[in-house]
Design a protein around this ligand. Structure first.
Ligand code: PLP
Length: 386
């Protein structure tokens, strides 16, 4: 096989269309780089760049201050005794499941858990027991549901679950369950709790100790203004030796991390953004106010926010009957909304969705949010007043 020149022409530098748009994509709003992180990306972009300074354990590098970041700043930031950098929230979840459970053990998942929690459990050969949410319209999770799930799993398998997980908040409705109560319930049965904080650490204050969480999984590219793939794994002391056990052949290498994880640009962008990330979590109340205000305004246009009300997070799910009605007769069909938003430089609602969608108001700011609301109104008017 040979790669001819015509084929190779497709590759090389590729511009990213929507990079300067107003972004309301829940996946992306918390991962937009700070200016310092953009500089760090170029500075540290070469493969293995950080390894110039490594004596065998990446997170022990003194200069640049990786050790201080990983072993001092991050534990304080999320309230766990130990932290390691991983390649993402899913890798963190897998590491915990794989080290805490044996094949055939059970993990309890909330009914709104992300698919990556399922595949992490499957990769670790764990059985899954679910705690159902209350369903439409609020999709609330009753912490007592964890007691029932734990009891059910125990009676079925003769053994308590190895772990419970709560998605905090969930990635569909942006619901923040009562994590403290969930932790208390799990601990009554001696079941440790992993909080999936992909959408919280880096956006809002999270203190694992206050919440009673034994493990934290976080996502740098989702919520910590970092270039991915990068995430965090926080572990309380009681479980640190289990999760961070070392290789018998390579004595300073932690097995669950396959020796070392993010090595270069990802880590250095996370470090570069960290001061601003810490600062922005102090202004979380403003983000919640903006989200609620946005929700109220678009509901005046006929959209309906489902999930917790009043809402406590920037990630929101809307049913959107006005757009759905238009899609039935619009020339571009269900793609009309995507095209209209694109024309207005608004990015983040998936193409083809008109019946419902989720969006995020995080760090978008009142002016741009007003512009999005006005654009929704203008689009509805354009098609209904024709
Ligand atoms: C709730 C939730 N958890 C975890 C993830 C995965 O995060 P990561 O890409 O860091 O593994 C996502 C990604 O969409 C998510 O929505």
């Amino acid at each position: 096989m040979s790669l001819d020149e015509d084929k190779l022409k497709k590759f090389g530098f590729i511009e990213r269309g929507p990079k300067d748009a107003i972004n309301i994509d829940p996946l992306q709003t918390g991962g937009i780089l700070t200016e310092d992180a953009r500089k760090a990306l170029l500075e540290w972009g070469d493969g293995y760049s950080i390894c110039d300074f490594c004596g065998g354990v990446l997170d022990l590098i003194k200069k640049p201050p990786v050790y201080e970041f990983v072993h001092e700043a991050l534990p304080e930031f999320i309230g766990t005794d130990e932290v390691r950098v991983t390649h993402g929230a899913r890798e963190s979840k897998f590491a915990v499941m794989h080290s805490m459970g044996k094949a055939g053990d059970t993990v309890v998942l909330d009914g709104l858990a992300h698919y990556s929690s399922y595949v992490a459990a499957q990769r670790a050969d764990l059985e899954i027991e679910k705690v159902q949410s209350s369903g439409h319209p609020e999709y609330n999770l009753d912490p007592e549901g964890y007691a029932q799930a734990i009891e059910k799993a125990t009676s079925q398998s003769g053994k308590p679950p190895a772990l419970a997980l709560l998605t905090y908040p969930d990635g569909n409705y942006g619901n923040l369950a009562d994590a403290k109560r969930v932790a208390d319930v799990c601990h009554e049965y001696d079941v440790p709790l992993l909080l999936n904080c992909a959408y919280s650490v880096g956006r809002m204050p999270v203190d694992a100790k206050k919440l009673g969480a034994d493990f934290i999984a976080a996502s740098g590219h989702k919520s910590m203004a970092s270039s991915g793939p990068i995430g965090l794994l926080g572990v309380q002391e009681e479980y640190a030796d289990t999760v961070f056990r070392k290789s018998s052949t390579n004595k300073n290498k932690e097995i669950e991390l396959l020796g070392c994880t993010s090595r270069g640009a990802g880590l250095m962008t996370m470090i570069a953004s960290f001061p601003q990330v810490v600062e922005r979590t102090k202004h979380w109340d403003e983000e919640v106010t903006n989200a609620r205000w946005f929700s109220e305004k678009v509901e005046e246009l006929g959209l309906i926010q489902v999930g917790q009300r009043p809402h406590n997070h920037d990630l929101m799910f809307f049913e959107t009957p006005p757009f759905y009605e238009i899609s039935k007769t619009a020339k571009k069909g269900r793609y009309f909304l995507y095209k209209e938003l694109k024309k207005r430089n608004i990015h983040g609602i998936k193409g083809g969705l008109t019946k419902y969608f989720k969006l995020s108001t995080y760090q978008v700011g009142r002016d741009n949010l007003s512009y999005v609301i006005d654009s929704f109104e203008e689009i509805i008017d354009k098609y209904t007043k024709e």
